[in-house]
Design a binder for this molecule. Structure first.
Ligand code: 9MR
Length: 379
């Protein structure tokens, strides 16, 4: 990456400037820089900027908001070249009963995507959360494998030819909750099927749609914290294991739920991780980007600046890696974001984690994304 020290400092990329870890922490702590420049050239939407650099830009959208909100729909059409259903392809939505599939909301979103020339992502076939109420009672050691294979086959075939990529397995590694050397999350699938469930899921998905890109998606890969460092190491090992076992996985999905108040951001470590993943032959997608503002000052100008800083610092490092082929935020506007329920602010002020505000106006975070996109090396 050809940047000089001053540019690196503006980006917060202290690792490129020879600044030590301790001073990095201090720098970023006191780093609400009111003078930081988030200027953007031109008005074109993220979708166009990304395409110009050879990657896709998009967001998660959900049926309740998109089906009822025309202005939000227009914004998605303008800004996104790829759409992912936030919840509609999860087990608890798709499978009202063990013997019943309901694709209606997913189909609505797939049609919305194709009408506006957006690629469509699938999320997610295997996850320990978002399981239906009947799951615990009806799924056991005897029938688990059949039910998993049936679920993946039916769902992936239903969308075959319409899907850019599938998050086949989501959040299989959870360092804080695991007492295994491989860091696997002690959830339902591991308990029912042992660690072979991951390989089985990918092989089943590949057989059902040989053309879709199959993605392993995970979280906590972003910061220089003991948890994230261990998570990156465990994910890398898993990706190596896929290679040695011939498991059909083509890409890593990095969720990137960032924290605007986290100071332990280490561009060098993140960059190295991305290079290591790419060297194994994987593509990379940023699948769920947003910035939690829970602990940031309530003042909107300061808050938005700190959120924007997180977006630009992160994306500048990530997009330097040419294996990164897509960036999706988890939602597009503060009008509809999971953080309102999951990470409310203690002062009850509305949260502002996304690039558009609740009136669908561009925020500094949008500028930050546009700047990082424009600077990205062309794929
Ligand atoms: O944003 C999603 C929220 O609306 C759902 O209630 C929740 C449970 O299904 O999932 C949220 O999305 C998660 C995603 O599927 C996987 N990574 C973490 C996301 C935020 O929790």
């Amino acid at each position: 990456m050809l940047i000089n020290r001053r540019q690196a400092l503006q980006l917060g990329l202290a690792a490129f400037t020879g600044i030590t870890a301790t001073s990095l922490t201090k720098t970023i702590h006191s780093n609400d820089n009111p003078k930081r420049n988030f200027r953007v050239v031109g008005q074109s939407p993220l979708r166009k900027r990304a395409v110009a650099r050879g990657f896709l830009s998009g967001a998660a959208g959900n049926y309740p908001t998109l089906s009822t909100d025309a202005a939000l729909r227009n914004l998605f059409a303008q800004e996104c070249s790829i759409l992912v259903p936030e919840n509609e392809l999860k087990w608890d939505t798709l499978r009202p009963a063990i013997d019943k599939f309901d694709f209606s909301k997913g189909d609505w979103l797939a049609k919305f995507a194709s009408t506006h020339r957006m690629y469509f992502r699938g999320h997610t076939l295997v996850w320990d959360q978002a399981l239906p109420g009947w799951f615990k009672e009806k799924v056991n050691h005897q029938n688990a494998e059949n039910i998993l294979v049936e679920h993946i086959t039916t769902t992936v075939k239903h969308y075959a030819g319409k899907v850019h990529s599938w998050d086949v397995v989501n959040e299989a590694i959870a360092i804080p909750y695991s007492n295994r050397p491989d860091g696997l999350h002690p959830g339902a699938w591991l308990e029912l099927l042992g660690d072979g469930y991951i390989d089985l899921a990918f092989r089943t998905a590949a057989a059902a749609d040989p053309k879709a890109m199959l993605v392993y998606n995970d979280r906590w890969l972003d910061y220089d914290t003991p948890r994230d460092n261990a998570q990156r190491a465990a994910v890398l090992k898993l990706l190596e294991r896929f290679k040695s076992m011939g498991t059909p996985v083509q890409a890593l999905g990095i969720q990137a739920h960032l924290d605007g108040s986290e100071t332990r951001f280490n561009p060098r470590k993140l960059r190295t991780f991305l290079r290591d993943v790419a060297s194994l032959g994987y593509k990379i997608l940023i699948t769920e980007l947003d910035v939690v503002d829970k602990k940031l000052p309530v003042d909107i100008a300061r808050r938005d600046r700190l959120v924007a800083r997180a977006y630009e610092d992160y994306l500048s490092v990530v997009l330097d890696e040419k294996a990164v082929i897509a960036v999706l935020t988890w939602g597009l506007s503060d009008r509809a974001t999971w953080h309102s329920n999951y990470n409310p602010r203690p002062d009850r002020a509305p949260v502002r984690p996304l690039p558009f505000d609740s009136n669908l106006k561009r925020k500094l975070g949008w500028n930050a994304m546009a700047r990082a996109f424009d600077k990205a090396p062309k794929r």
